[in-house]
Ligand binder design. Structure first.
Ligand code: COA
Length: 129
């Protein structure tokens, strides 16, 4: 089973107008966490890189604050022909609290191959979990 980890420290520039972590920033970090897992999965396959096809069941459960660490786990839960479905959980960590689940979502990444002209095409990764 492939599970990858990734962490980010929340800085002032990552916040929204009420001073908590901006949701779009969280989605971006979760996308990177999913991308890291897809990258590991695709080693040795025809898929050179994975692009995000869908983000489902996105839930923001707890606010995250400046100075918190956000620790991501990204686990493959399903594979298809070209697709890789990855569950990403984001846990916040502060001086007071250890790991609190702050955000969760399912990312569907699709395996692609780059062409010489800069475009890319979907490829089957021919791998399962
Ligand atoms: C990814 C892309 C190349 C796929 O090309 P496509 O020929 O249209 O293929 P589809 O999207 O129909 O299908 C690809 C896979 O995604 C799955 N899929 C399609 N829509 C989906 C959805 N809404 N939710 C979950 N999975 C989905 C399909 O079932 C298929 O899985 P499989 O190959 O394992 O059977 C193309 O859609 C694309 O370029 N999208 C933009 C990607 C992007 O810019 N992402 C943001 C930056 S990373």
């Amino acid at each position: 089973m492939i599970v990858t980890r990734y962490s980010q420290l929340v800085m002032p520039q990552d916040t929204n107008v009420i001073g908590t972590l901006f949701g779009g920033q969280m989605v971006s970090w979760m996308d990177i966490a999913a991308g890291k897992t897809a990258h590991r999965f695709l080693k040795g396959t025809a898929g050179e890189v994975a692009v995000t096809r869908a983000i489902d069941a996105m839930e923001f459960k707890e606010p995250v604050h400046v100075g918190n660490w956000v620790n991501f786990t990204a686990k493959i839960v399903e594979t298809g022909h070209s697709s890789i479905v990855i569950k990403v959980d984001a846990y916040k960590e502060s001086h007071e609290d250890d790991q609190i689940l702050a955000c969760t979502a399912m990312f569907t990444m699709v395996s692609v191959k780059k062409n010489k002209d800069g475009s890319y095409q979907k490829v089957n990764h021919q791998k399962s979990i």
